[in-house]
Design a protein around this ligand. Structure first.
Ligand SMILES: [Mn+2]
Length: 354
């Protein structure tokens, strides 16, 4: 990971914004900038210095992980007071507007007029991945994909959604997963009409769609994938809906290339579903960036004017949700390349039945 380049890009942004110091309190942003993966820390980046405060639990870990910053462990464990003391030396200090709580702000003794909101400064850097990051994401994706079909073999009708989720999660951990990207979604039958229905105690029936949406963390980077399977023979209407979602997903992937807006990619999926009379049943955005976190910039939504750039990694995941009937979602992770797109998710999109 190219930490010096990340810090120098951030300093460029700070200079453009007219500030000489930025207090980073977001832990994923901290990890991105200096490599620290613990759960408590504050980072102050100025023109000529990078200082990092953490507590004594992380003495050993910070010595191993932190790159390019001076590590300070206050004797009393109070990282906010210690960081505020140093931040006070700057006329203006930028703070991360999206994640600084009021309680934390009150620990900083600077008056309001000396604070400057930093909105997505580090997040925008994170949106374009270094080759090493793409490889980390690719490894997480391959781990997640490798457990998909073997887990389906464990299915039997009447199995609870939570049980199938448990099989998936155990397999991910057994294969070396550091954790889950998010709570595994297994949503079957009428439950599949809930866009973000989690795995419940509902038994999975013998003639229904099952949406499986899950991800694993590996090397700090996440995967995210959704497949929809069917239990038992597939009725004609179900096959039509599945095909419509798959066509929409393929159309959106085909629209991905550098320079196009995220809204254009979203529209490509939406147009297919509208043509099939399913436009209103597609009730969320087409996708999102991912990396150290499962939802990152850019947002692939109807209104997003963000333009895709080589090195961005995004999901493409249209879905159709019909209350009282069920739902279908298909999600891959794709990489924006110099010339177009590369699909990173290797799992089949043929409608599998169990
Ligand atoms: Mn997703």
């Amino acid at each position: 990971m190219n930490y010096p380049q990340r810090i120098s890009r951030l300093r460029q942004r700070m200079e453009n914004e007219g500030v000489t110091a930025l207090l980073v309190s977001s832990l994923p942003n901290t990890r991105y900038l200096i490599g620290f993966s613990g759960s408590n820390g504050l980072l102050l980046v100025s023109e000529d210095r990078v200082s990092f405060w953490t507590d004594s639990r992380y003495r050993e870990q910070s010595a191993q992980e932190v790159q390019g910053a001076r590590v300070i462990i206050p004797a009393n464990g109070d990282i906010w007071t210690a960081a505020a003391r140093q931040a006070n030396r700057f006329r203006t200090v930028a703070v991360e507007a999206a994640c600084l709580t009021l309680a934390q702000r009150q620990r900083l003794t600077l008056p309001d007029e000396r604070l400057h909101p930093a909105v997505n400064w580090v997040e925008e850097l994170r949106a374009v991945k270094e080759p090493e990051e793409v490889e980390a994401i690719r490894r997480a994706i391959h781990l997640a994909s490798s457990v998909f079909e073997p887990t389906l073999e464990k299915f039997h009708p009447g199995m609870k959604e939570t049980e199938l989720a448990g099989h998936l999660e155990f397999a991910l951990r057994q294969a070396g997963g550091e954790g889950l990207s998010f709570d595994t979604i297994v949503a079957s039958g009428v439950h599949a009409a809930l866009v973000h229905g989690r795995a419940s105690s509902k038994p999975i029936g013998s003639k229904e769609f099952v949406i499986l949406d899950y991800g694993v963390i590996l090397g700090g980077y996440v995967s995210d994938m959704t497949r929809t399977i069917h239990t038992g023979p597939v009725p004609r209407r179900a096959r039509q809906v599945y095909q419509a979602v798959l066509d929409a997903q393929l159309a959106a992937i085909a629209a991905v290339r550098p320079g196009v807006t995220c809204a254009t990619v979203d529209a490509a999926a939406r147009k297919v579903l509208q043509r099939e009379g399913l436009g209103d049943a597609f009730s969320h955005s087409t996708g999102h960036g991912l990396g150290l976190e499962v939802h990152e910039s850019p947002r692939v939504s109807r209104l997003s004017k963000q333009r895709l750039a080589p090195g961005q990694v995004i999901t493409i995941e249209p879905g159709v949700y019909i209350p009282g009937w069920g739902g279908v979602r298909i999600e891959d992770v794709v990489l924006v390349t110099e010339s177009g797109v590369e699909v990173l998710t290797p799992t089949t999109k043929k409608l599998l039945t169990v």
